[in-house]
Design a protein. Structure first.
Length: 226
């Protein structure tokens, strides 16, 4: 009995590693059509009797303004171009802050957020965090920084029912992602902690201050070299 259980678990693990590597390799070349979060939001809206609004359009990185690339680095992950998937100093700061009952932004890198958004469900369990780490290592090794940024900017939630920078640019500013100014890019980046609560335009004082701070940090990033 024990031997059969071991063989069954071994098969499950082999299937998991095989399928996970297959999809990571596939999405290195193929646009990600949808994410688990998009499905979750659609189910939530259906369950609550709301209209299912879904706006998502994939664009290649060369059609995305460098300003939004700098803006998300400035706001979400200042060490993105230097780390190998994890910013342990930021994680340590977030952990200490959470112990004191406060939460700060900066625990998860762009790579970790991308791994979570594309391959995993939302939540805070140890199992999900372990899988997030696994997929983060995989995409760092297989995709590289440029592809991670491309997938990130095309997949994350940037408004209520708005996914990816092209949809966000059209929704918030009525323009293409390639045309975003520094301030407009900072506006989108500023709402990422809670894009269904905050607005990139007609913003609250809190978001307006975040925009100014993000633009200031953007000026110190320089030209992005992947």
């Amino acid at each position: 009995m024990q031997h059969k259980l071991f063989r069954f678990l071994k098969k499950i693990m082999l299937w998991f590693f095989g399928l996970s590597f297959f999809f990571v390799l596939l999405f290195k070349f193929v646009p990600v059509p949808f994410t688990p979060l998009m499905v979750t939001r659609a189910i939530e809206n259906k369950w609550n009797g709301k209209e299912i609004f879904f706006n998502h359009e994939w664009v290649s990185l060369d059609k995305i303004s460098p300003n939004i690339q700098k803006a998300v680095i400035a706001s979400e992950d200042g060490m993105f171009l230097k780390h190998y998937g994890f910013d342990f100093l930021a994680m340590q700061k977030a952990f200490k802050s959470n112990q004191r009952g406060r939460k700060i932004k900066g625990g998860s890198t762009i790579s970790q957020q991308t791994a979570k958004n594309v391959f995993l469900w939302q939540g805070r369990s140890y199992i999900r965090k372990g899988l997030e780490a696994y997929f983060t290592v995989l995409i760092e090794l297989v995709w590289g920084k440029e592809r991670i940024m491309e997938v990130y900017l095309n997949s994350i939630e940037m408004g209520d029912g708005v996914y990816g920078v092209q949809a966000a640019s059209e929704y918030w500013y009525r323009k293409n992602a390639s045309q975003l100014s520094e301030t407009q890019a900072a506006g989108i980046a500023a709402i990422l902690p809670n894009p269904r609560k905050y607005k990139a335009t007609n913003s609250t004082n809190y978001i307006s201050k975040r925009k100014v701070k993000i633009v200031r940090v953007m000026h110190h990033i320089g030209k992005i070299k992947y």
